[in-house]
Design a binder for this molecule. Structure first.
Ligand code: F6R
Length: 364
């Protein structure tokens, strides 16, 4: 049932404050200021290396998580798309944790990677949305997302719930490694707990994004740029746009643009720049100015301070609430989803059932 929404995708985008809160509830003890996993007796202290494997949007959630695992727990992280993982003779030493991320829990490549790693003696953690799925059953440590059924083929609420669980897992691993003080843990709990309200703040920009969608709907190509954890979001933005609006889009690390894709820039290629204010802001803005100097039309997604500092001369701006960097990827996923959604609606495509795509990919 779509309720009063036009599409399941729209409904699922708008459910995010609730389902992220629901997901966080089973990982955060807010009063105690503690992060706990659903299997508290599971000992993570011996984990020396993390390998993340997933496909599509779930893979981009994993890319964001790599930053967190390395930053908080100082554990090295390998990440691969599942369809490549087994074919590169990955080195899997004792003490390795493999994290598979999957909405459906049935994606054939991800499941095959799970089985391969399990046979090699890795501990398997599964971040999955369908609790009865094959991956949920075969994992050693089940870390459910509580997004509820996701019907729209384009993944939205599963992504923000995956990020929520992965942030909690990274913090938990940091704790198990003795790298998180009680005070730091309380601060992380506080920041994560702010995510649902911040997502609500992001959703308030829906109508403004709808109004700017026609600016993008006529484009043949669109570029998305981001740095740090906003780089995977740029990839996710491009994926979402391609799959439902059929516009060719690419996500790039902002600093990598001058190594090639800048040749594409002209006034017919909109460039979406994802840049919350913070330590990486200036660098990303200077990449954005390289685009503008070549006649490129920029849509800047930032917070009020960022828009104040760099919004002038942009084709359009999208203002997000000011949030802690930890939850920025969770919050900035929303405008990226809404933009793809409204562009697709403006083009009149079948948003919930895009051509050639299946909700669950059970062939390798
Ligand atoms: C993108 C999308 C796909 C899935 C991918 C993995 O919107 O829906 O890229 O993310 O097929 O699916 P799961 O997460 O079920 O393993």
């Amino acid at each position: 049932d779509k309720g009063n929404h036009r599409h399941f995708m729209q409904k699922e985008i708008f459910e995010q404050p609730i389902v992220v809160a629901q997901t966080l509830r089973s990982y955060l003890q807010r009063l105690e200021g503690q992060i706990v996993l659903p299997i508290p007796e599971f000992d993570l202290s011996g984990i020396r290396r993390v390998t993340i494997v997933a496909c599509g949007t779930s893979y981009y959630a994993g890319m964001v998580a790599k930053y967190w695992f390395e930053q908080f727990a100082r554990v090295p992280v390998d990440i691969d798309v599942a369809s490549e993982f087994r074919y590169r003779a990955p080195v899997m030493e004792p003490g390795g944790l493999m994290i598979v991320i999957s909405q459906s829990g049935e994606t054939a490549d991800t499941l095959a990677a799970l089985r391969h790693a399990k046979a090699e003696g890795q501990t398997i953690a599964a971040v999955v949305n369908v609790p009865t799925s094959t991956m949920a059953r075969e994992a050693d440590l089940l870390l459910p997302t509580h997004a509820g059924p996701e019907i729209g083929v384009a993944s939205t609420k599963a992504f923000t719930c995956q990020l929520s669980v992965l942030a909690a897992l990274a913090a938990n691993l940091a704790k198990a490694k003795g790298r998180l003080s009680a005070e730091e843990e309380r601060a992380l709990v506080r920041h994560l707990a702010e995510a649902p309200a911040a997502i609500n703040g992001a959703l308030a920009y829906d109508e403004a994004i709808e109004a700017m969608a026609p600016l993008i709907a006529g484009a043949r190509d669109v570029l998305y740029l981001g740095r740090g954890t906003d780089y995977p979001l740029a990839l996710e933005g491009a994926l979402k746009l391609k799959e439902i609006s059929y516009i060719h889009a690419e996500g790039y690390a902002a600093g990598e643009m001058k190594h090639g894709p800048i040749a594409l820039i002209d006034d017919a290629v909109p460039v979406i720049v994802i840049a919350p204010s913070g330590p990486l802001f200036e660098k990303t803005v200077s990449n954005m100015q390289e685009v503008q100097a070549r006649g490129g039309k920029v849509v800047l997604i930032s917070d009020y301070d960022g828009i104040e500092a760099a919004g002038e001369g942009c084709l359009a701006t999208i203002t997000m609430p000011k949030v802690h960097p930890l939850i920025a990827p969770i919050v900035y996923a929303v405008p990226v989803q809404l933009l793809a959604y409204h562009v697709a609606v403006a083009k009149g495509t079948d948003v919930d059932q895009p051509r050639n795509l299946a909700k669950s990919v059970t062939v390798e």
